[in-house]
Design a protein around this ligand. Sequence first.
Ligand code: FAD
Ligand code: NAD
Length: 407
Amino acid sequence: MSSVRKPRVVVLGAGYGGLITVTRLQKQLGVNEAEITLVNKNDYHYETTWLHEASAGTLHHDRARYEIKNVIDNSRVTFVQDTVVAIDKEAKKVTLENGEVEYDYLVVSLGAHPETFGIQGLKEFAFGITSIDAARQLREHIEYQFATYNTEVEKKDERLTIIVGGAGFTGIEFLGELGNRIPQLCKEYDVDFNKVRILCVEAAPTALPGFDPELVDYAVNHLQKKGVEFMIGTAIKECIEDGIIVAKGEELETIKAGTVVWAAGVRGNSVVEEAGFENMRGRVKVDEFLRAPGHDDVYIIGDCSLIINEEINRPYPPTAQIAMQQGETCAKNLSVAIRERGEMETFKPDIKGSVASLGEHDAVGVVFGKKLVGTKASFMKKMIDNRALYMVGGPSLVVKKGKFNIL
Ligand code: FAD
Ligand code: NAD
């Protein structure tokens, strides 16, 4: 009697895209239909969309993560805690730091890396809002600056300067958290609030480029009231050990700071680029079924993928909203491919809106075409955050990790 080997599905990354794919696949495919393996660097998933809070210190980093084994069906999915080093798409093999996995079908959902545009000094001297470890390091660094300010023989005010590069959604949301956190740190470490400088440097002619101008004004005014200074139309040219160099027109200026945070954009995970997939800034323009061109066995989703918005002929900005929707489609299409029957689903993002938080109780956003500001927008943001938990882990995960501090 000949036994036919089950197809091996390997999912790389347990972020929004990867976890939705796996939690759907484990239900859709029978035990005898496929072997499912999930590979992730850590044994936990973190809510990338909450990292600005953990970075500022307004939310403990443990609140923003949960164990992967608690949300997957461990009898159906083999979880491998390891770091992906390389993908060999010809040999259908993934090299990990501590081993390798072979696949028949691969899902790449490894998220984003910071886009540094080759700017000198960023990798060495700037902090990023990129993972739990990075968030914790940034929070502790800022706290250390406050803790040591009064105890140094020579007080250096620039210790209390925090520069945020980029006023996109990440930069603005982080500034919103700082607006609440800095007064707490001043009180705790006997620091005069007037000595603190929070500066946001944005290269484009406006904060939140492309967003509704009325909402941009609301966000900027709100943050200015909290003490944030904006340098708009100013590009960061270099990051140095104790600050940044900016260009405003022809002029170069050095601004000293104890903390520089780079929040000026993302690109796809470098593993994708190194694997030799055709890409734009690490993102692969996938086909309508989410497969890499020329590789029907490789699905690429989330921040590693690029989907064109046909209406404006530009890529959709990478978001958790899209990554989760792609996870659903990816699982369906994998099931069709494995069973060799049924019709694959064409992926089309269903954008419900976007909301940027401005600290715990304020936000701006457009939801189902309606503009929202203040507590209504903030409420909506928390519902969106809770929904992401619900989509992966159902009501019990919402109860454990959800945001209920509504007022
Ligand atoms: P991720 O969710 O980032 O997951 C990638 C996973 O891969 C992680 O678990 C990571 O540890 C793992 N990984 C990475 N490299 C390796 C490796 N080499 N080996 C093994 N594992 C690896 N989008 C929204 O829609 N709404 C929001 O409100 C929102 N807020 C945001 C706030 C912040 C501060 C940031 C930074 C982003 C925000 N985004 C938001 C964007 C959103 O977080 C991303 O688009 C989304 O996380 C992409 O999902 P993903 O599955 O591609 O990657
Ligand atoms: P982004 O690309 O949206 O914004 C980066 C900003 O940095 C831009 O405004 C850009 O002009 C600016 N910039 C680039 N180079 C610069 C330089 N040298 N000096 C100064 N400014 C410079 O990146 P992001 O904010 O990190 O967001 C990444 C993705 O995550 C986006 O798709 C975004 O929509 C998504 N996101 C969504 C939310 C939300 O929905 N609440 C929150 C955070 C991030």
